[in-house]
Design a protein. Structure first.
Length: 378
């Protein structure tokens, strides 16, 4: 069945509240249970929601000429939790702009039990913490897309995730977050590819893509992050704390130059512009063919300095330090902790103070090979 949302009664004029029509159509699709295509023609659809729009199994939400779904809540100073909730199998969101108008902490949530979910050719933007100090949303984690545990075969492709901002106490923001609740199996076979992820802030704790810690004993995620463009992600481009993730052919740029400022008072501020482009805090992780560049400095462009990590592959990555001497003096290319049974080779590192810094250089014999480090600063 195919339903045109305007033919169903939505106006798409940016003024009329179209939320009742969307809710009605999505409920109709859920009741039907068979494949339902919901076509959203071009326009701006104002959606005043108390609860997330729910997409159940076999729903295809397809935009024509990039319609804008502009979510809002009442009263004017209140905040919302999630604009869209996916809970089902074989769900597609294609070609829409989801705008939280800085009133929601989360764009799309992919909830436990979901599988074969694709978000493609879309925009998720303007998510922010709440402004009411008495609300739990005031200090909540903000994310463009949240993928929960007990999910599988999730694809986020050819989309823009931008302007995701935490601003209050203990500020945490993620462009895409893969999160595992206690006791849940990790999300499996997540593909994040060909996206642009940008303006994720603040520098206290903001990552473009984050795979959270898995429950022990850790299961391999069997996930891939590839061909993404990440910039203006204030702390890290990518953080991997779950085993079994391949990170390849991404381009991460540090565009800062002394202007990436903290929003809260912290006891030990980091002098570098960013903490890292890629941090690895789990075993069985592969980093290959990534490009790391930009104007600013890094504590470590690639960091695997966390406990005893095993079975890492860090290979054929290209790291270029900042544009000026001061940024280069502050940057380490690759920082390694107690790494074992791994392969770190054929990486190209230039314009940094230290190419490869290791906790125990002797233990890395046979692990480090054929890396190309040039133009180190005195």
């Amino acid at each position: 069945m195919t339903i045109d949302i305007k033919e169903a009664g939505a106006q798409g004029d940016g003024l009329t509240d179209d939320s009742a029509i969307f809710t009605q159509v999505l409920h109709q699709a859920a009741e039907r249970k068979g494949l339902t295509r919901i076509i959203i023609p071009s326009g701006t659809y104002r959606l005043l929601v108390k609860h997330p729009l729910q997409l159940h199994s076999n729903v295809r939400l397809i935009g024509r000429d990039k319609p804008v779904l502009k979510f809002t809540v009442e009263p004017p100073k209140s905040s919302g939790y999630e604009t869209m909730m996916i809970s089902g199998r074989h769900v597609l969101i294609d070609g829409v702009i989801i705008d939280g108008e800085d009133r929601f902490i989360r764009g799309i949530g992919i909830h436990p039990g979901s599988a074969n979910v694709a978000i493609t050719n879309s925009v998720i933007q303007n998510m922010r913490q709440g402004t009411d100090p008495d609300s739990p949303l005031y200090s909540a984690v903000v994310s463009g897309i949240m993928i929960y545990g007990d999910t599988a075969d999730i694809r986020i492709t050819s989309s823009l995730i931008t302007r995701i901002h935490a601003m209050n106490q203990q500020p945490v923001a993620r462009g895409i977050m893969v999160w595992n609740a206690s006791g849940a199996s990790p999300a499996k076979r997540v593909m994040i590819s060909d996206n642009e992820i940008s303006y994720i802030s603040p520098r206290e704790d903001a990552d473009g893509i984050f795979f959270d810690i898995s429950s022990a004993p850790a299961e391999l995620s069997d996930s891939i992050i590839e061909n993404n463009r990440i910039h203006h992600s204030a702390k890290r481009g990518i953080k991997i704390s779950a085993p079994g993730v391949i990170v390849r052919n991404n381009h991460i740029t540090n565009p800062y130059s002394g202007d990436n400022r903290y929003q809260t008072d912290i006891s030990e501020p980091l002098p570098q512009d960013m903490y890292s482009a890629i941090s690895v805090y789990a075993s069985h992780v592969t980093l290959i063919g990534n490009i790391i560049d930009g104007t600013g400095s890094y504590y470590a462009a690639i960091e695997a300095d966390f406990e005893a990590l095993q079975h890492l592959v860090i290979e054929n990555n290209k790291i270029t330090g900042g544009n000026d001497v001061e940024a280069q003096k502050m940057t380490t290319g690759i920082r390694l902790g107690a790494v074992r049974h791994s392969r770190i080779r054929d990486n190209w590192i230039r314009d940094v103070n230290t190419g490869i810094r290791a906790e125990d250089a002797q233990a890395l014999k046979g692990i480090l090979s054929e890396n190309h480090v040039s133009e180190l600063m005195e």
